[in-house]
Design a binder for this molecule. Structure first.
Ligand code: UDP
Length: 413
């Protein structure tokens, strides 16, 4: 396993963004953890929401005096093919999980666990990828409770995949999921914690006018002088870029100068990315108003989410969907589907609109509604900013995680 490089975070800097009593509560929970040493393990340092979360959580814990490390599995493409199939299976796909795939999974996770040499008092395993470390971790760290933090949409898991994952997950000390309907799929004490965005990260921080202008220039020939609809997502079948394309085409019938930006990265643990990107790029080929953008730096994503008139997130499954809060925080209304974590974030008719996941026409009509009404977009934007400030910022999430860690450590004693 390897430790990713991390930015600095200072808890004092959050005082300008959230109320001071929230910061005090966070500090008090951090103090209560004392000298507990916490390890987070996941499967990629870049791309996707889990890496995004850990990149902020871990340095903020360090600043709060909670000894925290983040290690990423060392694995090859064969392993990631297996774990993406597991991810898809947990989200309802019935892809095969053969004996050979299970053997690959066990071999890689056990090898990574065998390499672990630090001392820890609590271990958090993120998503299914590192769960196979469980037995070796128990041997190495018999006193450390193990928490499974599942970020996936567990609305309708395939029985085969759930059965395989539950063989491990039903033996952890505690599970954390992103939405109450996901609780109960594994039979261990489970908490619900909404993920959060970091208002001070490069992706979400305030940008001055000069920076925004420079970033918008970088996105040329996309023009912010004409209406822009944007989606920021890994290229992944669940993110339904094709539904967004259909919604855009429907909206363009009424707003002829409309442009679409589909920005997507390739997460290190997601082997499907390239194929989906190629299909999307082929679909958009020859249309000068559709911009398929890959691997944009965080400042550019920030300026795109800020400069778009409407953001779309028409996922077919979505554990939480940090991108929704990222856009809402920047006062951009979001048209999203009624799946997973999206309805937790969008208040229909107040901060954006919700549509059925298979209804691209309705999404297109909502885009048109928003584009035709500047006052409504501004009002939704103001509501959206406050909603995210209230519910979806990092200090709130970290306080809840610390509370769970304290409980788990306490009940283990
Ligand atoms: N993201 C990015 N560049 C891209 C695509 C995605 O930086 O081209 C980021 C996005 O801003 C968000 C994260 O990746 O912070 C995606 O998290 P989300 O929870 O929305 O979805 P996930 O990828 O975890 O399913």
């Amino acid at each position: 396993m390897h430790a990713p490089a991390l930015p600095d975070r200072s808890v004092a800097a959050y005082a300008g963004v959230v109320e001071s009593d929230r910061i005090e509560r966070l500090r008090s929970r951090a103090d209560a953890l004392g000298d507990a040493r916490i390890l987070h393990v996941n499967s990629t340092a870049t791309g996707g929401g889990v890496a995004e979360l850990l990149r902020s959580i871990v340095p903020l814990c360090t600043d709060l005096g909670v000894e925290t490390e983040w290690l990423v599995l060392d694995a090859d493409d064969e392993f990631f093919e297996v774990t993406k199939a597991m991810h898809n299976g947990l989200q309802g796909d019935d892809a095969a999980l053969t004996d050979a795939m299970q053997a690959t999974y066990r071999a890689v996770t056990e090898r990574n666990a065998a390499e672990l040499d630090g001392e820890y008092d609590l271990v958090v395993l993120h998503d299914p990828q590192p769960l196979g470390m469980l037995d070796r971790l128990r041997e190495r760290l018999p006193d450390a409770p193990i928490v499974w933090r599942c970020h996936i949409d567990l609305t309708e898991p395939s029985p085969d995949h759930l059965g395989f994952v539950a063989e491990y997950a039903s033996r952890v000390d505690h599970a954390i999921v992103s939405r109450s309907d996901y609780a109960g799929v594994v039979d261990v004490p489970t908490s619900v914690v909404y993920p959060s965005i970091d208002p001070l990260s490069e992706k979400n921080r305030a940008l001055d006018e000069a920076t925004i202008a420079a970033e918008h220039d970088r996105l040329y020939p996309l023009s912010f002088d004409a209406p822009v609809v944007a989606q920021v997502s890994r290229f992944d079948p669940w993110k339904d870029q094709f539904g967004t394309l259909a919604a855009f085409r429907r909206a363009r019938e009424e707003v002829p100068d409309l442009q679409l930006a589909l920005a997507g990265g390739m997460a290190g643990d997601d082997p499907e990315g390239l194929a989906v990107y190629e299909q999307v790029a082929r679909d958009a080929l020859g249309d000068p108003d559709i911009h398929v953008l890959t691997d944009l730096p965080d400042t550019t994503i920030n300026a795109l989410q800020r400069g778009a008139d409407v953001v779309v997130q028409k996922s077919l499954r979505e554990g939480f969907g940090l991108v929704v809060s990222e856009a809402l925080w920047k006062r951009t209304p979001v048209v999203g589907s009624t799946v997973g974590g999206i309805p937790l974030q969008i208040e229909d008719g107040k901060t954006g609109y919700l549509v059925a996941p298979d209804d691209a026409q309705a999404a297109g009509a909502r885009i048109v509604d928003l584009l035709g009404d500047d006052e409504r977009r501004a009002r939704f934007g103001t509501n959206a900013r406050e909603r995210v400030r209230e519910r979806f910022l990092l200090p709130r999430q970290l306080t809840e995680l610390f509370d769970i860690f304290l409980d788990v450590l306490e009940s283990d004693r």
